[in-house]
Write a protein that binds this ligand. Structure first.
Ligand SMILES: Nc1nc2c(ncn2[C@@H]2O[C@H](COP(=O)(O)OP(=O)(O)OP(=O)(O)O)[C@@H](O)[C@H]2O)c(=O)[nH]1
Ligand SMILES: [Mg+2]
Length: 375
């Protein structure tokens, strides 16, 4: 009993509330928000700039993956098209038609694309930003929404210039200067250089950090959760965000498990984190193939990963639904003090099991990054 009191005190401390009732109410609020929050990201720019490729990249997809946006020289985006995130259907990335196309004139563009629907805009260009891009930025500003200039296909310029003996650093500097000069009438907004073919390179991380900084807290968590894992930094940000939810999951799981009628709360969240860390077979296999290393085999050395993978059946609703018994067993084996699955029902063990489960998933995901030699 004393242990349980200590444990409640620890959970209360993490919740920042003074009473158990208030902490439980706050945990419920956090879960409601996490489950129901939507994040709508608009991607726009002129025809052929690379909008659809960027939409795919931030969803961790590329053609010909199922559900990827069509790309290519003739695949013009004609209507605002919504692409849900593969594991988080509430995160929606909108592939907008290019501004200035015959049906989407600059003057009426914002209304034509229903600007109110979006949390922020990414304005993509593969060269200099044009008059239309700047006009759009001004319109977005008037509506008090945020916009971010993304200069894509940087890989292409770097490779071209390299052939002429120009270093990568010099090329990046030249593009940056060119974009900044070009956008001076807007007060020198930042420009993020990226390539949709490889988000590990150039400024993608800086873009993500900027978005995180600008978004309200609850939207930020949805963004962090949905990001493809392509660096240690992204992985750490995810892990810190999930660690901050342990008190929430532990309290809900113990006091109001009925909140999730169809799921065990602990298993549900661990499965979400497993997907968010990019540990599902499909993603790991793709990476294994890309870098030609047996990463999937290594990942399967973790009993927790194995059991989540074996027991989960991906659904179109997003997160899959693994059986509880196997996951419990794998979790308990990570915590010597909770050597049997009966202890799973005890409040004082919930937070410990969750924490150890999260640490295990994090360390496997870190190993994946290291094997794939991503930074
Ligand atoms: N090298 C390189 N090619 C890219 C990049 N992004 C897009 N492309 C290529 O550029 C072409 C056009 O890309 P899309 O993503 O279809 O461009 P879009 O803006 O959606 O085009 P529309 O829908 O026609 O307006 C495709 O052949 C892509 O493969 C990139 O970052 N690097
Ligand atoms: Mg397109």
């Amino acid at each position: 009993m004393d242990n349980q009191q200590d444990d409640i005190r620890a959970l209360l401390k993490d919740s920042g509330e003074s009473t158990l009732e208030r902490a439980i109410a706050k945990a419920k609020e956090v879960v409601d928000r996490l489950e129901n929050i939507t994040l709508n990201i608009a991607v726009t720019g002129e025809t052929g700039a690379g909008k659809s490729s960027f939409v795919n990249a931030i969803r961790g997809l590329q053609e010909p993956d199922e559900g990827a946006a069509p790309t290519g020289v003739t695949e013009t985006t004609m209507e605002p098209t919504m692409y849900p995130h593969p594991n988080m259907p509430n995160v929606k990335i909108w592939d907008l038609p290019g501004i200035g196309s015959p049906t989407f004139k600059a003057q009426t563009y914002m209304n034509d694309v229903n600007y109110q629907n979006y949390d922020f805009f990414i304005i993509v260009s593969a060269s200099r930003f044009k008059e239309d891009d700047m006009m759009l930025a001004n319109e977005i500003k008037k509506e008090k929404k945020n916009f971010y200039f993304v200069r894509t296909k940087t890989d292409f310029d770097v490779a071209n210039e390299k052939r002429k003996g120009v270093t990568e650093e010099e090329t990046l500097q030249k593009i940056r200067k060119d974009c900044v000069d070009n956008l001076r009438t807007l007060g020198f907004p930042p420009v993020f250089l990226i390539t949709s073919h490889n988000l590990e390179k150039f400024d993608f991380q800086t873009l993500v950090k900027t978005l995180e900084r600008d978004l309200p807290e609850y939207k930020r968590d949805a963004l962090v959760m949905s990001l493809p894992v392509n660096s240690k930094e992204t992985l750490e940000t995810k892990c810190i965000t999930f660690m901050g939810l342990i008190w929430v999951v532990a309290l809900i799981s113990y006091f109001i498990p009925s909140l999730f009628t169809e799921h065990d709360v602990v298993v549900y969240f661990l499965t979400k984190w497993y997907y968010s860390f990019g540990l599902d077979d499909e993603k790991v296999q793709k990476l294994s193939d890309r870098v030609n290393k047996p990463i999937l085999r290594k990942v399967k050395e973790s009993a927790l990963v194995r059991v989540i993978a074996e027991e989960s059946l991906p659904t179109t609703e997003g997160v899959a639904k693994p059986g509880v018994a196997g996951v419990m067993e794998a979790l308990c084996s990570l915590v010597p003090a909770a050597a049997n699955t009966a202890s799973y029902g005890v409040l004082e063990n919930k937070a410990v099991l969750l924490q150890e489960g999260l640490k295990e998933l994090y360390s496997v995901a870190k190993m994946v990054i290291e094997m794939a030699e991503l930074k």
